[in-house]
Design a protein around this ligand. Structure first.
Ligand SMILES: Nc1ncnc2c1ncn2[C@@H]1O[C@H](COP(=O)(O)OP(=O)(O)OP(=O)(O)O)[C@@H](O)[C@H]1O
Ligand SMILES: [Mg+2]
Length: 462
């Protein structure tokens, strides 16, 4: 049974129960009132008979006995049937049961009953009378019975109508109540079938108009789909960028490899050159693939996060840069308090970030003055750390500035130098994974010129 049917049945049952219950209660009240009215009339007639009569013989006493209509017809019955002259001479008008004799004998209390007299349905009161007799008071009840039957029919119709209305109401409630759920389900099924996270559940017009649980669920689901779509798009872009960028170096690799395959036709010098080129290209492709794998990773694994002083890490990065670039001077300046600052993060990744910046500074600013590294606390209470790497090279042209952090982007002037354009993209990704950012800033005085990259907003551990 679907949820919709279950809901419809439950709602219909609830309403139908109420409708039937109310009809039955109303009918019971009306039937009681009608019968009670008749009983009151019988009691009154009995009282009147008691007041008026005295010492009469058994038999019919008074009233409209022919039609059994008001005033009520009464009859006196003695207690002892053996000494009742009437039963032998002529039969009584109303049935005389042992119960009636018991009332006459005072062994039983007065009672009402329903009987049939001369083919008419009637209501009878049997009550003790003077001198060991019982008084039977009888009124025709077919009028009352008809009224009871009519009201029974009316309430039965009303109940049936109620049940029908309940069914319709249940169906309507389940239909309108579950419509958003149906839409949600349909969208999810469509996404599952097509694998396309482009669909959305809440239309923009519907948002804000209704804020029930289901619409909130839909919105959360949409938010999740947004994130999923963005991540899928980013992965696709990475893959397509990568396949595009790998094509050229792989072609060069293949050319050199084919060249070497026909090594016998080459001179020693040619073969040597081809082999060297092959080795360099292989290293480049390897580096690129490694960088790509790192870029495809979105977040730092939590297990590797630790707290450490940043300064020794920066010193280590500068030292290894000095090793890579023996002809290049590197200076390190430390702002007040920065030496002791502890940061949470993944040390290996931050070294990688700084290595990329130092590598760029040395590569692009080669031989034009020292690379200046500076570590400083920022904020009133030193909440964050900043690490800047500044060189005195040609700097970054204004038209390149918006793109230097893009994957595979290299300015025209940089193409003569080795590299794949992934370094800054990866450095920025690492910075953001640490809750910080990486930006290019206008290098300030004293010297002017060159490029300045700043790792900024790195949170300091308390
Ligand atoms: N210090 C700098 N001075 C001048 N231009 C720079 C500097 N750093 C980066 N750039 C420009 O930004 C581009 C992107 O830098 P990025 O580090 O991402 O790539 P790359 O150094 O060319 O290659 P890779 O780092 O992958 O070996 C560079 O090609 C260069 O044009
Ligand atoms: Mg680089």
């Amino acid at each position: 049974m679907t949820l919709r049917v279950r809901l419809a049945v439950a709602a219909a049952l609830a309403v139908a129960t109420v409708a039937l219950g109310l009809s039955w209660a109303a009918f019971a009240v009306i039937r009681y009132e009608l019968t009670h009215q008749l009983d009151l009339e019988l009691t009154q007639a009995a009282t009147v008979a008691t007041q008026q009569q005295g010492g009469e013989p058994p038999g019919v006493l008074s009233g409209q006995c022919r039609y059994l209509a008001a005033p009520a017809c009464t009859q006196l019955v003695p207690a002892d049937p053996a000494r009742d002259p009437r039963s032998a001479v002529a039969p009584y008008l109303f049935p005389v049961t042992p119960a009636v004799r018991e009332v006459a004998a005072g062994q039983r209390a007065a009672y009402f009953s329903t009987t049939t007299v001369a083919g008419f349905p009637a209501r009878m009161l049997v009550t003790p009378f003077r001198g060991g007799t019982a008084l039977q008071v009888v009124l025709r009840s077919d009028g009352v019975d008809r009224a009871v039957r009519q009201s029974a029919a009316a309430f039965a119709g009303l109940g049936a109508g109620g049940v029908l209305a309940a069914g319709l109401l249940g169906w309507w409630v389940s239909r309108t109540g579950l419509r958003p759920v149906t839409r949600l389900t349909a969208t999810i099924e469509r996404i599952t079938a097509t694998g396309d996270p482009h669909h959305r559940i809440t239309s923009h017009a519907a948002t804000g108009r209704r804020r029930d649980e289901v619409s909130r669920l839909g919105e959360s689901f949409d938010t999740m789909l947004d994130a999923l779509e963005r991540s899928v798009a980013a992965q696709r872009r990475l893959v397509s960028d990568a396949s595009h960028e790998l094509r050229t170096p792989l072609t060069a690799l293949r050319t050199n490899a084919e060249l070497l395959a026909h090594g016998d036709r080459l001179t020693d010098a040619q073969r040597q050159r081809a082999a060297t080129a092959l080795g360099r290209q292989l290293r480049e492709v390897t580096g690129m693939v490694n960088d790509l794998v790192e870029l495809a990773r979105d977040e730092e694994p939590q297990a590797l996060v630790e707290r450490f002083r940043l300064l020794p890490l920066v010193e280590h990065a500068v030292t290894s840069a000095r090793g890579h670039w023996p002809g290049q001077a590197f200076t390190l300046a430390v702002g007040p308090g920065a030496a002791e600052a502890v940061v949470p993060g993944v040390p290996a990744r931050l070294v990688r970030l700084l290595g990329n910046l130092l590598d760029n500074a040395a590569k692009f600013g080669a031989g034009r003055g020292p690379v200046e590294v500076r570590v400083a606390l920022v904020g009133d209470r030193g909440e964050t750390l900043e690490v800047s790497v500044r060189d005195h090279g040609p700097g970054i042209a204004a038209e390149d500035l918006p793109y230097v952090f893009d994957r595979f982007y290299r300015s025209d002037t940089a193409r003569s130098l080795p590299g794949s354009g992934l370094g800054l993209a990866m450095a920025r990704q690492i910075a953001r994974a640490h809750g910080a950012d990486l930006v290019a800033r206008e290098p300030g005085p004293p010297h002017g010129g060159g490029a300045c990259f700043v790792l900024t907003g790195l949170p300091v551990a308390p």
